[in-house]
Each structure stands twice: as structure tokens, then as C-alpha cells.
Design a protein around this ligand. Structure first.
Ligand code: NAD
Length: 331
């Protein structure tokens, strides 16, 4: 079967996902949920979406009665994900939710619970888990080609432009660079090292308290420790451009990726040479993979489920706590 998807939130990333889905064989955009009638009109004609599959934020619970939609892909500001996901689950539809899955672990747990109760899947838009060079590095790590992983370094950042957007509004974003982009280094550390951290330490620097208000982090450096003794050292920032680099070294080999999480092409090399897997639009691969996951329970090498989203949120909670206390926070 083909996964019939409605997108909620027709903003910049929603538009990117919709375009990427045109090339999918197993997933199709069939509906929209939006507060903007003019966007709905445009999307309807662009993607041949019938009137009966169009909803707004007040009435989308009615999607329950629509047999022609299987899943809702939530691509709205982070602070809205939890409530929206729970409503979608209650309407009996699978939930695909953008990263960060929510703005804290407490919300994440409520989402996981609601989806379990409704017997629907909860998936998080971790597109890198389907990206070919990333998948190859994970395969190599699992096959022992790097030996025991020892150290990960992640740098995630760009200079935040428009000061009036939801990303700088704590209610809607849940935080600053960490929620938005630092999460890539957290997730990357976990899939590159293949372990879950047991402690974090973190330090915050703020140079522009007018643009980055209370609760909106500008730059955070953080460290994570893992059960094997492996360590990670990362930088998350809204104040430096072109930071998109992963490095991992193990007892027998290493990998360097730059760019490591952008829309691609991803570039990287290991101790064995260049990574040359072909670039395919990440969101196309992701939606093909998620259709397979929903219908056939075929899991990617690294999971994209609600528990995976929750692991990153628990680490983000711990990082914010470590920034406040200056101490080492156990996980
Ligand atoms: P955006 O501002 O471009 O779009 C957000 C959309 O949500 C807009 O259409 C807006 O109208 C709508 N919206 C609904 N209620 C709103 C409200 N109360 N306030 C503000 N907007 C509201 O943002 P975006 O860049 O598309 O990001 C949306 C989500 O996608 C975020 O969770 C973000 O982290 C995620 N994202 C993921 C990736 C990725 O590579 N996986 C990339 C970009 C964004």
C-alpha cells in the first residue's frame, strides 16, 4: 500500500517535505492542515488535494472520520508538537513529528503514551537515519570497522537571522540553538558511538541577550560520557555560520563528515577513503522508509520512533540543567 499523508504546518520545512514526497513511490501527500486559507488553495492545486482532505487547527480532530488519510506529519513550531500529536493519535492516525519531538521529556513521554494507547505509530523526522553515507558509517561501526568508538566531536550551528520568528520565542521553540540544531550533535553522538550517554556537562555563552532572551540559548558547549568510557564534545550555536561537522574516532579507525547533517550532499571520509554513496533527497528516502516501517515494520539501522525522540529530549533536559547548575548531570 501507499502511505497517505496529511501535512500539518505548511511552512518552509513542510514545503520541502511536500516537494520531496512527489518522488516517493510508497508515500503520497493527500491532505493538509493549515491556519492559512491562501496556502491551502495553493497546495490544493499544486498537489491535487481534494477539499475533503483539508483541515485547520481547530477542526482537524475530524480527520478521524476520514478513511483516506493514514498519517499526519506535524511540521509546526516545536512547542505545538505535543498537543497536536496527542490529538492526531486520538483521531486514530499515525503520527510523524518533526524534531525536536517536543520541548521536554515530560511532553515526549505523554506523546509516546498517547500513541501507544491509540495503537498508532509515533515516528520522528530523523532524516539522517535514512541518509546513505550516514547509514554506511553506522553499518561500518556496527561491523567493528572503527574498533571500539572512543571519541565524538559534533559542531552544529548557523547565524540566526530574522529576530522575530518563532525560533526565538521560548513558548513556541522550547529553547534556542540546542532544540533546533544542537539536537543533531546529540543524535549524531548516539548513532556514531552506538551508546547512550550516562552523564552530561554543559556551558552556555550569550553575547546578544536582546536577540536571545531568557530561555533561548545562543551557544552551548557540552560534553557527554558513555558507559564504555567513550566521550563526546559538542558545540551548538546560533552565532557562528557553517558549523555542520561530525568526527568520530575509534581504536581502529575514524570518520569525518562535513557537511554532516545539512540537506546534502553529505560529504565524508574514513580511514578507508571517501564515502561515495550517491546523494538522494533525504526527505524522499525518509518517507519511503517510514511507509515501509508503518506497513511492514521494517526498521532503519537506527530507530526513528517516539522512544528515540524521547532519548534526545532527556539529554536536552539534562544539558539545560547542567548549564544552570554548572555540575555533572547523570542520566
Ligand atoms: P516555519 O516557520 O517555516 O513553518 C512553521 C509553520 O507552522 C508555518 O506554516 C506556520 O504558519 C505554522 N504555524 C502553526 N501555528 C503556528 C503558531 N502558533 N506560530 C507560528 N507558526 C505556526 O518553520 P519550519 O522551519 O518549517 O519548522 C517547523 C518544524 O520543522 C520545527 O519543529 C523544526 O524544528 C522542524 N524542521 C526540521 C528540519 C529537518 O531537517 N528535519 C528542518 C527545518 C525545520
Amino acid at each position: 500500500p501507499v502511505l497517505r499523508v496529511a501535512i500539518m504546518g505548511l511552512g518552509s520545512y513542510g514545503t520541502r517535505v511536500a516537494k520531496a514526497m512527489v518522488d516517493c513511490k510508497r508515500a503520497k501527500l493527500v491532505g493538509v492542515i493549515s491556519g492559512s486559507p491562501s496556502k491551502v488553495t495553493k497546495w490544493k492545486s499544486e498537489y491535487h488535494i481534494p477539499d475533503k482532505n483539508c483541515y485547520d487547527y481547530t477542526d482537524f480532530d475530524r480527520i478521524k472520520e476520514n478513511p483516506d488519510i493514514d498519517a499526519v506529519y506535524i511540521i509546526t513550531p516545536n512547542g505545538l508538537h505535543c498537543e497536536q500529536a496527542i490529538r492526531v493519535a486520538k483521531a486514530g492516525k499515525h503520527v510523524i513529528c518533526e524534531k525536536p519531538m517536543a520541548i521536554n521529556a515530560d511532553e515526549g513521554e505523554r506523546m509516546v503514551k498517547a500513541c501507544k494507547e491509540a495503537k498508532v505509530k509515533l515516528l520522528v523526522g530523523y532524516r539522517m537515519h535514512y541518509e546513505p553515507k550516514t547509514v554506511e558509517v553506522i553499518r561500518m561501526r556496527k561491523a567493528g570497522e572503527f574498533g571500539q568508538p572512543k571519541f565524538f566531536q559534533g559542531q552544529s550551528g548557523f547565524v540566526m537571522g530574522n529576530p522575530n520568528q518563532w525560533r526565538l520565542d521560548k513558548e513556541l521553540s522550547g529553547g534556542g540553538a540546542m532544540m533546533d540544531i544542537g539536537i543533531y550533535s546529540i543524535n549524531g553522538a548516539r548513532y556514531m558511538l552506538g551508546e547512550e550517554p550516562i552523564w552530561v556537562t554543559a556551558q552556555e555563552t550569550k553575547t546578544d541577550p536582546v536577540k536571545f532572551k531568557e530561555g533561548i540559548d545562543e551557544t552551548i558547549t557540552f560534553q557527554m560520557g558513555f558507559p564504555s568510557g567513550a566521550v563526546a564534545s559538542c558545540l551548538s550555536t546560533y552565532a557562528m555560520n557553517h558549523l555542520d561537522r561530525f568526527y568520530m574516532t575509534g581504536e581502529k579507525g575514524w570518520v569525518e563528515m562535513q557537511p554532516s547533517t545539512g540537506y546534502g550532499p553529505i560529504k565524508g571520509r574514513t580511514h578507508k577513503g571517501e564515502l561515495n554513496q550517491p546523494h538522494v533527497t533525504h526527505q524522499t528516502l525518509q518517507m519511503e522508509g517510514m511507509a515501509q516501517l508503518i506497513f511492514e515494520d521494517v526498521q532503519p539501522l537506527v530507530p526513528v520512533d517516539g522512544e528515540e525522540g524521547l532519548r534526545d529530549l532527556k539529554i536536552i533536559d539534562a544539558i539545560f540543567h547542567a548549564v544552570k547548575t554548572g555540575g555533572k548531570v547523570p542520566l
